[in-house]
Design a protein around this ligand. Structure first.
Ligand code: ZN
Length: 215
C-alpha cells in the first residue's frame, strides 16, 4: 500500500508508520505530502490541501492522520458518524474536515477513492510508546483524571520518561520513537485495549478499508 501520514512531527510519522505496517501486516511505501503540520490546530489547516494532493496528484491508497489529544475531550462514540459529532473532539473535527473536503469529489476513471484513518494519541503519542513499560498509562486513567480535574501525569512527564529529556532533538526523538514503535508493534492487542478510543477507532477504520474494496 502507498500511504501518506499527517501528524504533529516527522518523528511521530515515522513511528506511526511502523505501527500501521504491523496492523496491515504488510510493508508500505510512503507518499510524502507537500506540506507538514506543525502541531494542532495546524493539522486541520493543512489537511484539505494534503487530501487533494494525495487523491489527485499521486497514486496513494490512504492517508493516516494522528494527533495528540492534549487536554481535550476524548469522545466515546463513532466519530465517523456526523450525527454524533462532538465539537471539541479532535477526531470528530478531523473527520468533519475530511467529509467536507471529499464530499463533492469526482474521481478520474480508474482512480480509487483515497482511504483515511484517524487516530488520537491520549494525551500524547508518548503514551503509546510507554505501553508495557508503565501500566498506569492509558486512556481510562487519563479520562477519569480529566473528569476529576486531577491528571494522573503530565505530557511533560511522558516525554521525560520516553526520551529522558523534555526537549529531545529531532534526531533523538525519531530514533527513540521508532525503537518504541517497533517494540509496541508486537503488542497491538494490548495497545488497543489500553487506548480503545484513540488507537482503537483508527484500527476499526483500517479494518473497514478491505470491506470497502468489495462493495
Ligand atoms: Zn469524536
Amino acid at each position: 500500500m502507498k500511504l501518506g501520514f499527517l501528524s504533529e512531527s516527522p518523528a511521530d510519522e515515522a513511528a506511526i508508520r511502523i505501527l500501521i505496517e504491523a496492523v496491515l501486516k504488510e510493508r508500505t511505501s510512503e507518499v510524502r505530502p507537500p506540506l507538514r503540520a506543525r502541531g494542532w490546530p495546524n493539522v486541520l489547516q493543512v489537511l484539505p490541501a494534503i487530501l487533494r494532493h494525495l487523491q489527485f496528484q499521486t497514486d496513494a491508497n490512504a492517508l493516516i492522520v494522528v494527533v495528540d489529544s492534549d487536554d481535550t475531550i476524548v469522545h466515546e462514540a463513532d466519530h465517523t458518524d456526523p450525527n454524533k459529532f462532538h465539537p471539541h473532539c479532535r477526531i470528530c473535527q478531523i473527520q468533519q474536515v475530511i467529509r467536507k473536503t471529499t464530499k463533492k469529489w469526482r474521481l478520474p476513471g480508474g482512480r480509487e477513492r483515497l482511504k483515511t484513518a484517524v487516530g488520537l494519541a491520549v494525551p500524547a503519542v508518548e503514551g503509546w510508546y510507554l505501553l508495557g513499560k508503565d501500566d498506569e498509562i492509558g486512556e481510562e486513567g487519563w479520562v477519569n483524571g480529566l473528569k476529576e480535574r486531577s491528571k494522573p501525569y503530565t505530557r511533560k512527564e511522558l516525554k521525560r520518561r520516553v526520551y529522558r529529556t523534555v526537549r529531545p532533538s529531532l534526531h533523538l526523538e525519531t530514533r527513540i520513537a521508532k525503537a518504541e514503535a517497533r517494540r509496541v508493534s508486537k503488542l497491538l492487542k494490548k495497545l488497543e485495549e489500553s487506548f480503545p478510543i484513540g488507537f482503537g477507532s483508527m484500527i476499526r477504520e483500517i479494518s473497514q478499508w478491505e470491506r470497502d474494496d468489495y462493495v
